[in-house]
Design a protein around this ligand. Structure first.
Ligand code: MG
Ligand code: ZN
Length: 365
């Protein structure tokens, strides 16, 4: 009797271990690594579920974002509003704090909050920011600047000299070089051994490991106005510089103009910006697959436009959506993750949780 009982336990144990192994074999990270060496964080500004599904429909069911196996949702509300703006939204990701709309990496009392980029830099990792807007605009700025107004671009630009960021590429040259205080911040950057580049072709002349890409005087044009592969090429180059650091890197890439298209209720612009962003996601996923030590997280800071898709056809790629507002909305936003640590991003979370997960996985606390 006693012997039989033991035998049954062994059988159960074998079945359970086979079950666990099979779950593990299908797990979304390529190796059995738990902690990533690098994090690439992609933010589609204003990108909610309908924006993603619109791109999926236009692409006849083929989208890089649709390849992720780990999906969660986050709550986007800010400290003082049911509906966040991009400054408070990015501050939640960059610092783990809900702040007031308009604030960049400061709390509701305007106290400076360290960002994940600054903390990574302190630990000796390389860091980068790439955006399809002026690099001083709210989303990238919340990772490096500490200001209580997102609108003072000339006050935001000097923060790029206060952190030892390795690569930043976007627009916004005039906030560095044509300032009311007559300072030339690019000269100061050169003194710190940065190579300054002013157009996309200059990407291929880069010899230094510190790069400031000020590719447009203010914002880059939209895709429909001729931005081309600016975001993908800049991000690819930035990764190739950052990955030289044996300790790892943190970088944020923003598809900035999805939001602007939705504010204008311009569906064609929205679709082209979504596809541009998805192409960058595809490039990053390819990199992460080969690299094996990189966590990729894709999300939006909030939804814009109250966009919805009443009557479409995914097989024909036909689409005509509807916007219900010219502003942001409060709906929850999806989070997608791939690579070591990806499972952390399953389920329903606060936008601020993304910071704490990044810090724990990348910096160990
Ligand atoms: Mg933005
Ligand atoms: Zn917006």
């Amino acid at each position: 009797m006693q012997k039989k009982f033991h035998f049954r336990n062994v059988i159960i144990l074998v079945i359970v271990s086979f079950y666990i192994t099979s779950i593990y074999a299908g797990s979304p990270h390529p190796k059995t690594l738990k902690k990533p060496k690098n994090i690439i964080f992609l933010i589609g500004d204003g990108m909610g579920t309908a924006q993603i599904y619109a791109a999926l429909t236009i692409q006849k069911d083929k989208l890089n974002i649709a390849k992720f196996k780990v999906v969660g949702f986050h709550k986007t509300y800010s400290a003082n509003d049911f509906i966040t703006d991009s400054a408070a939204g990015a501050t939640a990701f960059s610092t783990g704090n809900k702040t007031k709309n308009g604030y960049l990496a400061v709390d509701t009392n305007k106290k400076v909050l360290p960002t994940i980029l600054e903390l990574a830099e302190e630990k000796g990792l390389s860091t980068g920011l790439v955006a399809s807007c002026a690099i001083t605009h709210a989303t990238p700025a919340a990772f490096i600047a500490h200001e209580s107004s997102r609108d003072n671009y000339e006050d935001i630009a000097p923060w790029f000299l206060k952190t030892d960021i390795d690569v930043f590429i976007g627009g916004g040259k005039k906030y560095f070089e044509n300032r009311t205080d007559k300072r030339n911040l690019s000269d100061s950057l050169r003194k710190r051994n940065y190579q300054i580049i002013y157009n996309l072709d200059d990407l291929y002349t880069i010899t230094k490991d510190k790069v400031a890409g000020l590719l447009y005087n203010n914002h880059p044009p939209s895709i429909l106005e001729g931005r081309g592969k600016m975001l993908e090429k800049s991000s690819t180059k930035a990764i190739s510089i950052l990955e030289k650091n044996k300790k790892g890197f943190f970088m944020m890439i923003e598809g900035s103009q999805i939001d602007w298209a939705c504010h204008s209720n311009a569906e064609d612009t929205l679709i082209s910006e979504m596809i541009d962003f998805d192409n960058v996601v595809g490039m990053v996923l390819e990199y992460a697959k080969k690299n094996g030590e990189t966590l990729v997280v894709v999300t939006g800071d909030h939804e814009t436009g109250g966009y919805t898709l009443p009557n479409n056809n995914i097989k024909d790629g036909k689409l005509k959506g509807k916007f219900s507002t010219a502003n942001h909305t409060a709906v929850m936003v999806p989070v997608f993750a791939y690579g070591p640590g990806a499972e952390e991003f399953m389920g329903f979370m606060e936008n601020t949780d993304i910071f704490f997960k990044f810090r724990k996985l990348l910096l160990g606390y």
